[in-house]
Design a protein around this ligand. Structure first.
Ligand code: C2E
Ligand code: MG
Ligand code: MG
Length: 708
C-alpha cells in the first residue's frame, strides 16, 4: 500500500475540521474517499466515523449535482461547487443546507505538515444549515401574503410610497377610486400616476400645494378632502411609515365619501364644470363673467374677455380619434392655466373653445394676454409617432369699451375670433366698433325679414336645370326673392346669412319648403312633372323635427318624394355624421332626392360622401366660372365629375353662363347644368312659359343668354 502523505497528517486535519464549527469533511483528491470528518457532520448524517472514513465521498450527498461534481473531480478537473441543496438527516428529515466544495490551496498542506509534492491537496466539503433561514423566509412570505390580503380587503384605497415618493405598493381599490388605467400601474409609471391624480381633482393647484406641504414634512400626518371631476368626494389620510423608529416612507389611505355629500351639491358641481378638463363650463363661466362685470362697474374698473378656438381641431379629432383629441384638450387646458394670473379664470366653453377672463386689463394688458395664450397653445405635438402643430385663433373684447354685459361681450369676442380665423388663423383680433355698424345693419335686416314673412313679401323663383345631353329642362331650383319697401331688392346672399345667425332661417326654410312643394303639385296637376330643389340650411336640418316636417308637407300636399330634392351643404354631413346619416337615410327611403350644394367649397370627407345616400353633386359656380380658360378650375371640375361618376351620383354644374362652359362640361361627361346661359331664376309663370315653349318647339332647346 502506497504511503499517503495526507494520512500522515490526519490528526492535524481533524483538529482543523473540528475548529470549523459546521459540518465538514475532507475528501482525498486522488481517490475520492473521505479522509476525515468532524463531529458536526457525523451528528447531522447520523453515522459513525468508522462507517464513513475511507468510503467514497460521492455517497454522502446524493444529488445529481454532487455526483457530477465528484465524477469530474475524478477525471482530474479540479472544480468548485457552491449551491443550496437538500440532505436527509439522521432522523430521515429533509434539511436545507448550503453546501460548498473546494479544493484546498497547496499551501494548506504545509499547515498539517504534508507536502504538495506527495499528493494533490484534498477537497474540503462544508455544510451550512439553512433550515432557520428558510423558516424565516417562509414566514416572511406568509406575512407578506397576509398583508396583501389585508390590503385588498379594506374598503379604502391604499398607496405606499418611499421617502422619495416612489410607489412601493398599492391595492386595487386605490386604482378603482382614481379610475387609474391599469397600464400606468403595471408599468410602474409613477409620474404618470401622479399626473393622473392631479388632473382628476377639480382644484389641481390646491391639491399640488397640499401635497408639496406633506412631502416637505416627513413626519406630518394629514387628513383632507377633495373633489374629483367625476363628482366623487375623496378623503385622503396619510401618515409616515416607520422602520426601527425612523420614517422610511408614507402610507396614504383614500376613502370615497361621495355618498357622507348631498346629491344637490354633486349635481351643482357636475353642472358647473366641464367633465374632461375640470374647468368651468360655459354656463358657469357666463355667471363668473357677469359677476366680474358687476364688480368692475362698481369700482369703474375694466376687464378683458378672450375667446380661443383651436385651429383645425376637427381634423385632429377625425384623424387621430377622440382619445388623442381629449389629451390635446387637457394639455391646452393645462397650458392656459399656467399663464393665468391669480384670480383670472379659464373655462372650456365649447368643444375646442376656451375663454379667458382677465381682470383689470386695458387694451395693452389684453393684447399681452392674447399673445401669451397664442404662445401657450402653439406647439408641435407628437402623438403615436405622428407630428402635428397645434395653434389657436383668439378674439378679444373689452369691458366697458366693447359691451356692457357678459352676453354682448361674449358675442363680440366670438365674432372677433371668427375674424382671426378668416385672417389666416393662429392670430388674435380685437372686437372692432366698425362691426357695430355692421351689426346694426344686420339687426335692421333681421327686423325687416320678420315683417316680410308676416306680410308675405317673400317670393320664390325657379331656376331651370338642364340635361346637358338632351337639353331638356329636368328640374327647378327654388331660390328665394325679397323686395323690401324701404331697403329695396335684397339678395339672399345678404339676408340668408343673417337669418342663419339669428335662427330665423328655420321659419324662412319652412315657408320655402311648403311653397316649393305646393308649386310642384300645381305643375304636376297641370301635367308638368317638374322636380323642385329646395336649399336647406344647416341649422334648419339640425332641428329635431326636420324630417317630420318634410314628411308632413309632402303628405299634406300629396307630392311624391321623388319630386322633391333637398340641397344640403357639406357641413351638414360632417356635423354629427351619425345623426345626419340616420336622417338622410330616412328621407331617402321616402324617395326624397338629396344633393350637395356648392360642392368643393366646404370640408368634405370622401368617407362620409360614400356612406350617405346622396343623389347629386352640384359643382360650385366659383369653379365653373374659370372653365375652360383656367387650368386648375378645369382640373377641379373634371375631378368632381369623375368623383361623382365613381360614387354613382349625378353631377350638375352651377352658374353656367357661356356656350364654351357648356361645351366643356358636356365633353367631360357632366350630366346637367343650370345658369344664366339657359335662364336665371324665374317666377313660376315665366318658368312654365319657358319650359312649355321649349317642349312645343320640340327637340333641342334654343339656348339664350338671359340677364337678370
Ligand atoms: P345657391 O343655392 O348655390 O344658388 C345658386 C345661386 O347662384 C343663386 O343665387 C342663383 O341665382 C345664382 N346663379 C344661378 N345661375 C347663375 C349664373 O349663371 N351666374 C351667376 N353669377 N349666378 C348664378 P341667389 O339666388 O342669389 O342665392 C344665393 C344663395 O342663397 C344660394 O346659393 C343659396 O345658398 C341661398 N339661398 C337662396 N334661396 C334660399 C332658400 O330658399 N333657402 C336657403 N336656405 N338658402 C337659399
Ligand atoms: Mg342651391
Ligand atoms: Mg350652389
Amino acid at each position: 500500500m502506497t504511503a499517503d502523505a495526507n494520512l500522515v497528517a490526519l490528526p492535524a486535519w481533524s483538529m482543523l475540521l473540528a475548529a470549523l464549527g459546521e459540518p465538514a469533511w475532507l475528501v482525498c483528491a486522488r481517490r475520492g474517499t473521505v479522509l476525515a470528518i468532524n463531529a458536526d457532520a457525523l451528528a447531522l448524517l447520523g453515522k459513525s466515523e468508522a462507517a464513513l472514513l475511507d468510503q467514497p465521498a460521492d455517497g454522502l450527498i446524493l444529488t445529481p449535482e454532487d455526483m457530477a461534481f465528484w465524477d469530474e473531480a475524478a477525471h482530474g478537473s479540479p472544480a468548485r461547487l457552491q449551491s443550496d441543496t437538500v440532505l436527509v438527516d439522521a432522523s430521515g428529515a429533509l434539511v436545507q443546507v448550503s453546501r460548498r466544495i473546494q479544493q484546498l490551496a497547496p499551501a494548506a498542506l504545509n499547515l498539517v505538515g504534508a507536502s504538495a509534492a506527495d499528493s494533490p491537496p484534498p477537497y474540503l466539503v462544508t455544510l451550512h444549515d439553512r433550515s432557520d433561514q428558510q423558516r424565516e423566509a417562509d414566514e416572511r412570505e406568509l406575512l407578506v401574503a397576509e398583508l396583501q390580503a389585508t390590503l385588498e380587503s379594506t374598503a379604502d384605497g391604499i398607496l405606499v410610497t418611499d421617502l422619495a415618493g416612489r410607489i412601493r405598493a398599492f391595492n386595487r381599490r386605490f386604482a378603482q377610486i382614481w379610475g387609474l388605467p391599469e397600464a400606468l400601474l403595471t408599468q410602474r409609471q409613477d409620474e404618470a400616476v401622479y399626473d393622473w391624480m392631479r388632473r382628476s381633482v377639480t382644484d389641481p393647484e390646491d391639491y399640488s400645494r397640499r401635497l408639496a406641504a406633506i412631502s416637505e414634512a416627513t413626519l406630518m400626518q394629514a387628513s383632507e378632502r377633495f373633489v374629483l371631476h367625476s363628482g366623487q368626494v375623496i378623503e385622503r389620510v396619510t401618515q409616515p411609515q416607520r422602520c426601527k423608529g425612523r420614517p422610511v416612507g408614507r402610507v396614504w389611505a383614500f376613502r370615497d365619501h361621495t355618498e357622507l355629500v348631498s346629491a344637490g351639491a354633486r349635481i351643482e358641481q357636475l353642472a358647473s364644470t366641464d367633465s374632461l378638463t375640470g374647468l368651468s363650463n360655459r354656463g358657469q363661466f357666463a355667471a363668473t363673467l357677469s359677476e366680474a362685470i358687476r364688480q368692475a362697474r362698481r369700482r369703474a374698473g375694466s376687464l378683458a374677455l378672450l375667446v380661443l378656438d383651436l385651429d383645425r381641431f376637427k381634423q385632429i379629432n377625425d384623424s387621430l380619434g377622440q382619445g388623442v383629441a381629449d389629451r390635446v384638450l387637457l394639455d391646452c387646458a393645462d397650458r392656459l392655466k399656467a399663464i393665468t394670473r391669480q384670480g383670472d379664470v379659464v373655462a372650456r366653453i365649447g368643444g375646442d373653445q376656451f375663454a379667458l377672463l382677465v381682470h383689470e386689463a386695458d387694451i395693452r394688458g389684453a393684447e399681452s394676454s392674447a399673445r401669451r395664450a397664442l404662445d401657450a397653445v402653439a406647439h408641435s405635438c407628437s402623438v403615436e409617432g405622428l407630428q402635428f402643430s397645434l395653434t389657436c385663433s383668439v378674439g378679444v373684447a373689452l369691458f366697458p369699451a366693447d359691451g356692457s354685459d357678459g352676453e354682448l361681450l361674449m358675442r363680440h369676442a366670438e365674432s372677433a375670433m371668427k375674424r382671426a380665423k378668416q385672417g389666416g388663423r393662429s392670430c388674435f383680433r380685437f372686437h372692432q366698433p366698425m362691426q357695430d355698424a355692421d351689426m346694426r345693419q344686420r339687426m335692421r335686416i333681421d327686423h325687416a325679414m320678420r315683417q316680410a314673412l308676416a306680410s308675405q313679401r317673400f317670393r320664390l323663383h325657379y331656376q331651370p336645370q338642364i340635361d346637358l345631353g338632351t337639353g331638356a329642362v329636368i328640374g327647378a331650383e327654388a331660390l328665394i326673392r325679397w323686395r323690401d319697401p324701404e331697403l329695396g331688392e335684397i339678395s339672399p346672399a345678404t339676408f340668408i346669412p343673417v337669418a342663419e345667425e339669428t335662427g330665423f332661417i328655420i321659419a324662412i326654410g319652412d315657408w320655402v319648403l311648403e311653397q316649393a312643394v305646393r308649386q310642384a303639385v300645381i305643375w304636376h296637376d297641370q301635367g308638368l312633372v317638374m322636380p323642385v330643389s329646395v336649399n336647406v340650411s344647416a341649422l334648419q336640418f339640425q332641428q329635431a323635427d326636420f324630417n317630420a316636417r318634410v314628411m308632413s308637407v309632402l303628405t299634406e300636399h300629396g307630392l311624391a318624394g321623388e319630386l322633391l330634392e333637398l340641397e344640403l351643404t357639406e357641413s351638414i354631413l360632417v356635423h354629427d355624421a351619425n345623426e345626419a346619416l340616420a336622417r338622410l337615410s330616412q328621407l331617402s327611403q321616402l324617395g326624397v332626392r338629396l344633393a350637395i350644394d356648392d360642392f368643393g367649397t366646404g370640408y368634405s370627407s370622401l368617407a362620409y360622401l360614400k356612406r350617405f345616400p346622396i343623389d347629386r353633386l352640384k359643382i360650385d359656380r366659383s369653379f365653373v366660372k374659370g372653365v375652360p380658360a383656367d387650368d386648375s378650375d378645369c382640373a377641379i371640375v373634371r375631378a368632381v365629375v369623375q368623383l361623382a361618376q365613381a360614387l354613382g351620383m349625378k353631377v350638375i354644374a352651377e352658374g353656367v353662363e357661356t356656350e364654351l362652359q357648356r361645351a366643356f362640361l358636356l365633353e367631360l361627361g357632366c350630366d346637367e347644368f343650370q345658369g344664366f346661359l339657359f335662364a336665371p331664376a324665374l317666377d313660376a309663370a315665366s318658368f312654365e312659359d319657358r319650359v312649355r315653349g321649349q317642349r312645343e318647339r320640340g327637340g333641342r332647346p334654343r339656348l339664350s343668354l338671359v340677364v337678370r
